[in-house]
Design a binder for this molecule. Structure first.
Ligand SMILES: O=C(O)C(=O)C[C@]1(C(=O)O)C=C[C@@H](O)C=C1
Length: 432
């Protein structure tokens, strides 16, 4: 990725360089047409022409550094952009001033004191409908520089310009509004499990999964220089990172409270900006370097092969292929609830298609199904959306037939994306 230097900053000029989508990217992909071509249907009502681009495939791991712009540049760009912002609903309950921990969606989050020379995360109010396109791939991620999501962006697109965003929602919108070309989104971790909110966002938005990366996550305990473990009363980090280090924190004999914040690197930045000598952060070694913290303990994740899986999102899908391993992600539901699940899964089992992931989430439009029985009362069944990843490309006739069958059993079916699997050699010691 691009290295951090004042001259590499995102300027307003570069942000508004192109005001129309580049040739070949003017039309949104039409899932209806895509699935009809493949012999099955989806839920989408979109009837636009179907145009795809092919530059979404992940490439080999070569992440060497941070991407960025000067914070000053970024802030001034955002300030100008903010003057023509479409109104966006901000679902936060932020109340505090700089340096406070406040509550966002039930989680504690930080109002950070600015540190020079680092790009400031996009906020929901920075989002402008003005599209912008440089020659370099722009990849939106949630967090601040030093976050694992930034490293994932670098693994997926080694020469990209990574754009920090203060919420996942903002990263989605950055792509939808042509501010970024891709978003990178953590969906599951080998220790901490699924990042549920991101599954909900995948459904709420119309972006397509165009790739995946699996990133070894190697956590460090960071504090201000000179601080010793015995001084600590609190450890702050992303809830996933806290979960991934739970046992090790106890083994280290730390008598500390755990507090969840928006991202790992943001926790490190907060400690540095507020000179907190009683608080440590769980974050990457790179975050220690960026924010001038010392590493008190390394490799504190409860399993040395701790891996987070990220997906890359784009406005258009990539063309599925069969000459390399592909994965396809779908989401479906049925009016009659979970009874359909076995049938759906057997459509894949009969065709020898392996499932790599299954996840259920509340059906937000219809969370409860009531079944009245005059004699005994009313049964209240929870309703679900099921997310399934399977190991086949949509260009594979087995996958097309399986989905043709699945659509017979389901009232809702959407293909989230068909994309190359991350096949980089297994080396968990390649630490972030
Ligand atoms: O906070 C970060 O650094 C992130 O990139 C987020 C995130 C996550 O959401 O799971 C990503 C990878 C790690 O598993 C911990 C945190």
């Amino acid at each position: 990725m691009q290295s951090l230097s004042p001259s590499s900053g995102i300027s307003l000029k570069s942000l508004i360089r192109k005001t129309t989508p580049p040739p070949g990217q003017t039309h949104r992909f039409d899932p209806v047409r895509f699935v009809i071509q493949c012999g099955y249907r989806s839920d989408s009502a979109n009837t636009n022409a179907s145009t795809v681009n092919t530059n979404g495939a992940p490439v080999s791991y070569n992440f060497a550094g941070h991407v960025g712009s000067s914070r000053a540049d970024w802030q001034s760009s955002c300030a100008i952009l903010a003057s023509k912002v479409v109104s966006q609903q901000q679902d936060t309950e932020k109340t505090g001033g700089a340096g406070d921990i406040t509550v966002v969606n039930g989680h504690k989050t930080l109002d950070l004191v600015p540190i020079d020379n680092l790009p400031k995360p996009l906020t929901i109010t920075d989002l402008s409908p003005a599209p912008m396109h440089g020659s370099q791939m722009r990849v939106a991620y949630q967090g601040v520089p030093g976050a694992y999501s930034e490293a994932a962006a670098g693994k997926a697109y080694p020469n990209c310009e990574a754009i920090p965003c203060d919420q996942f929602e903002v990263a989605f919108q950055a792509v939808e509004l042509w501010i970024a070309d891709r978003a990178v989104l953590p969906v599951e971790n080998s220790l901490g499990g699924s990042i549920h909110r991101n599954y909900d966002l995948l459904l709420r938005h119309r972006l397509h999964i165009v790739g995946e990366v699996q990133l070894p996550v190697h956590h460090c305990l960071l504090a201000l220089p000179g601080v010793r473990k015995e001084y600590l009363t609190r450890v702050i980090s992303h809830p996933q990172a806290l979960a991934q280090c739970e046992l090790t924190l106890t083994k280290l004999g730390l008598n500390v409270s755990r507090e969840a914040v928006d991202d790992t690197a943001g926790a490190a930045e907060y400690i540095a900006a507020n000179n907190l000598r009683d608080t440590a952060a769980i974050a990457s070694a790179r975050a220690a370097e960026l924010y001038g913290l010392q590493i008190l303990a390394e490799g504190i994740q409860d399993d040395s092969s701790n891996v987070t899986r990220f997906v890359m999102l784009a406005r258009d899908p990539i063309i599925p292929r069969t000459d390399r391993p592909f994965k396809t992600s779908i989401v479906f539901a049925h009016d009659k609830g979970t009874s359909v699940l076995f049938k759906v899964l057997s459509a894949f089992a009969f065709r020898n298609i392996s499932l790599t992931k299954i996840e259920s989430r509340p059906h937000r439009n219809r969370p409860i199904r009531l079944v009245d029985d005059a004699n005994v009362g009313t049964a209240k069944h929870f309703e679900y959306m099921f997310y399934v990843d399977f190991e086949a490309s949509m260009a594979d006739v087995r996958a097309q037939n399986a989905l043709a069958e699945v659509q017979e059993f389901t009232s809702f079916l959407r293909v989230l994306g068909s994309y190359p699997m991350d096949m980089t050699p297994w080396c968990p010691s390649r630490e972030e």
